[in-house]
Design a protein around this ligand. Structure first.
Ligand code: ADP
Ligand code: MG
Length: 263
């Protein structure tokens, strides 16, 4: 793998907070501004794969094969309709992986080793979409990454579970991946007419400070429609407020990644 490749894990053990939406739209936004991007779908649900237009029947090789050593990343990566954006899709095979690799001494390092042993990758960014759990798949993603990006939904329990997630990041940093940083926290599904959402934004900023991106992703029906067309929102409706927010997030991510890389 090229040293200049930046690997970002999108994680939050809560479901429905916008991980997959963020992974595919941030990836598309990065590709739109000229980066070469790979999404690795580590969720057995395969929503990122579906959302990027990869039909189940088309998934010949998957992240399962990559984690079990059956395929290298260049072989498993499929091009998407977005120029410059590829994906290693997931299949339901991933549901069994925990059992299959749990005895292996390198069980947490499967993805990292696969990335390192893949030869020079053509990608400048790798985004990993995680399942809603702090399981072995998410640990693999954190072990492989330069940084973690955490989506938080603008709702009452937004911060619930965050300390456990950050503790897990600490543990990984203290053991197998010393370079792991926090890319940032992105607030998702924001509705400005909702007073509670405004309060959540304030609370999260007060509590997490600089880690929180300036960009807030609005709740936007176009964003939620897009996956049913097998398209990221940015391809489905570039002008909608959600797409514009993800483009803005991409430039913040690039700025931070340059800073993390220099550190
Ligand atoms: P996760 O991957 O964390 O489970 P998803 O990205 O799948 O979360 O999002 C959960 C649901 O919320 C999906 O139906 C998705 O389409 C919808 N959603 C996510 N972000 C937005 C948004 N900004 N506006 C409207 N709907 C959204
Ligand atoms: Mg998801």
């Amino acid at each position: 793998m090229d040293k200049s490749t930046r690997i970002i894990t999108v994680a939050n053990q809560k479901g429905g907070v916008g991980k997959t939406t963020t992974a595919i739209n941030l990836a598309t936004a990065l590709a739109a501004i000229g980066e070469r991007v790979l999404v690795v779908d580590l969720d057995p649900q395969g929503n990122a794969s579906t959302g990027l237009g990869i039909d189940r029947q088309a998934r010949q090789l998957s992240s399962y094969d990559v984690l079990t050593g059956g395929a290298d990343i260049p072989a498993a990566a499929m091009e998407t309709a977005v120029p410059g954006l590829s994906i290693v899709p997931s299949t339901l095979d991933l549901l069994g992986i925990e059992m299959e690799i749990s005895e292996a001494p390198d069980r947490v390092l499967k993805l990292r080793n696969a990335l390192r042993n893949s030869g020079p990758l053509e990608f400048s960014y790798v985004l990993i979409d995680c399942p809603p759990s702090l399981n072995l798949l998410t640990l693999n993603a954190m072990a492989a990454a330069d940084s973690v990006l955490v989506p938080l939904q603008c709702e009452f329990f937004a911060l619930e579970g965050l300390s456990q997630l950050l503790e897990t990041v600490e543990q990984i940093r203290g053991s197998i991946n010393r370079q792991l940083g926090i890319q940032g926290i992105v607030l998702t599904m924001y509705d400005r007419r909702n007073n509670l959402a405004n309060q959540v934004v304030e609370d999260v900023r007060a509590y997490m400070g600089e880690a929180v991106y300036e960009t807030v992703i609005p709740r936007n029906v176009r964003v939620s429609e897009a996956p049913s067309y097998g398209k990221p929102a940015i391809l489905y409706d570039l002008k909608c407020s959600g797409s514009q927010a993800y483009l803005q997030l991409a430039s913040e991510v690039i700025r931070r990644e340059r800073r993390l890389q220099a550190a």
